[in-house]
Design a protein around this ligand. Structure first.
Ligand code: ADP
Length: 447
């Protein structure tokens, strides 16, 4: 097992990884930008080292600075967290060349999972349903027109290297399709350095259901069940739960098998997520892999008792899984709280937190890097905290989550806690009648 591990990330996930290291007897090494000199991860890690200025490209995305920090601090492994370099095949392979273990899948798998169009092909070839769409990258706008004739509108134009809800455009008709494809390609080139786009049928009313998988280097892969992440703003998840109210036992088992088949098709190892869309008529379609720890991993941990960050480290160190099936118990729901103003179309709201209260009590877990005096920086993701409630059933988890969200207090920044409270208290959420339109119902009435 590793003795010294460097965390190439910040915020709540860096704190989460520090905690796992502490439990495992591993020395944690934080890296920080000048904006994060006083951040919680910088303070809590056993050691910490500055890697550059506030701009992420010069610090948390700066490969030479991170590799240098690992060498200076004698780290044996790097945990990339989520976002930043977590799914970079280039970073993973540089780590390996520098004899640093990369906590995640191997570079080959990462380059395939990061190319969504190629991944779709590989997964479809393995017999897993994918959303009807283009066979690969769209070569010219005429090809898009032909595909549209075959599968009909609306369509989604997606960047093959897109992610984080960015690089997607909905095309509604022939008149705009060529323009949409050209725009999506040029946006993708600017944002992801690759202009490849592909088409998918837009599935109306689809629910987002993803499966957590764990895979060792000896060919064993296990599903840890699903998470429902349908409630999103701008294709970014807001509320996640497990189990999903959309799945019968038999659909769950079919989707779990499909997730494992998809993971095998790309030689997946370590901890990962297989994302599906579930249409209102019960048909599921693979959309993509998330080859990293997910923001929402905590709900799965709460119902399985498995520490996923610990599993990532263990599996990267070459340890076997040691189990062949896991039966989740109870229910868990997470509300993400962002420093954003829901009344201003979720505009980021940076500022200094002078006072805050983090909820607690039975069945409540809050993953956060907040503390009084913390400055929410405009340079980074606006995630403030993840409030996770566990219950013996969904009803109990909801009651606990509502209580915890009402308790969550912070000054200095606008945030989404009140919006989340309204959603989880609402009739639709309680009934489990969840759809991509649910959030809209709450937006106009915020005030
Ligand atoms: P990203 O990698 O940017 O997160 P995804 O492909 O996972 O992009 O899509 C993000 C979200 O957009 C999904 O969770 C889903 O809500 C919506 N979405 C994606 N593809 C489709 C589709 N073909 N039809 C309907 N909704 C979609």
């Amino acid at each position: 097992m590793f003795r010294r591990l460097l965390i190439a990330n910040r915020g709540e996930i860096a704190v989460r990884i520090i905690r796992a290291c502490r439990e495992m007897g591993i020395t944690s090494i934080a890296v920080y930008s000048t904006a994060d000199r006083d951040s919680l991860h910088t303070v809590l890690a056993d050691e910490s080292i500055c890697i550059g200025p506030a701009e992420a490209n010069e610090s948390y995305r700066n490969i030479p600075a991170i590799i240098a920090a690992a060498e200076i601090t004698d780290a044996q492994a790097i945990h990339p967290g989520y976002g930043f370099l977590s799914e970079s095949a280039k970073f993973a392979s540089i780590c390996l060349e520098c004899r640093l273990a990369f906590i995640g899948p191997n570079p080959k798998t990462l380059s395939l999972s990061g190319d969504k169009a190629a991944c779709r092909k590989a997964v479809e070839a393995a017999g897993v349903p994918v959303v009807p769409g283009s066979p690969g990258i769209i070569q010219d706008p005429e090809e898009a027109v032909k595909i549209a004739e075959k599968i009909g509108f609306p369509l989604v134009v997606k960047a093959t290297h897109g992610g984080g809800g960015k690089g997607m455009r909905i095309a509604h008709n022939d008149a705009t399709l060529k323009h949409d494809v050209a725009m999506a390609a040029s946006e993708a080139r600017a944002a992801f350095g690759n202009g490849g786009v592909y088409l998918e049928k837009y599935i109306e009313g689809a629910r987002h259901i993803e499966f957590q998988i764990v895979a060792d280097q000896f060919g064993r892969i296990v599903s840890l069940g699903e998470r429902e992440c349908t409630i999103q703003r701008r294709h970014q998840k807001l509320i996640e739960e497990t189990p999903s109210t959309a799945l019968s036992a038999s659909l769950r088992s079919r989707m779990a098998k499909a997730a494992l088949r998809a993971a095998r098709a790309i030689g997946y190892t370590n901890v990962g997520t297989v994302e599906f869309l579930l249409s209102p008529n019960g048909q599921y379609y693979f959309i993509e892999f998330n080859a990293r720890i997910q923001v929402e991993h905590g709900v799965t941990e709460e119902v399985t008792g498995i520490d996923l960050v610990r599993e990532q480290i263990r599996l990267a160190a070459g340890e076997p899984l040691g189990y062949s099936s896991v039966i989740p118990r109870g229910a868990a729901i997470e509300a993400r709280i962002y420093a954003e103003d829901p009344e201003l179309n979720f505009r980021p709201s940076p500022g200094i937190i002078k006072r805050c209260h983090i909820p607690g009590g039975p069945g409540i877990r809050v993953d956060t890097h907040l503390f009084p005096g913390y400055e929410v920086s405009r340079y980074y993701d606006a995630l403030l905290a993840k409030v996770i409630a566990r219950g013996k059933n969904r009803q109990e988890a909801i009651a606990r989550l509502v209580g915890a969200l009402e308790e969550f207090l912070t000054d200095g920044v606008s945030n989404t806690a009140r919006l989340a409270t309204r959603i989880v208290r609402g009739d639709r959420f309680r009934r489990g009648d969840i759809g991509p339109d649910l959030l809209e119902e709450y937006l106009p009435s915020i005030g």
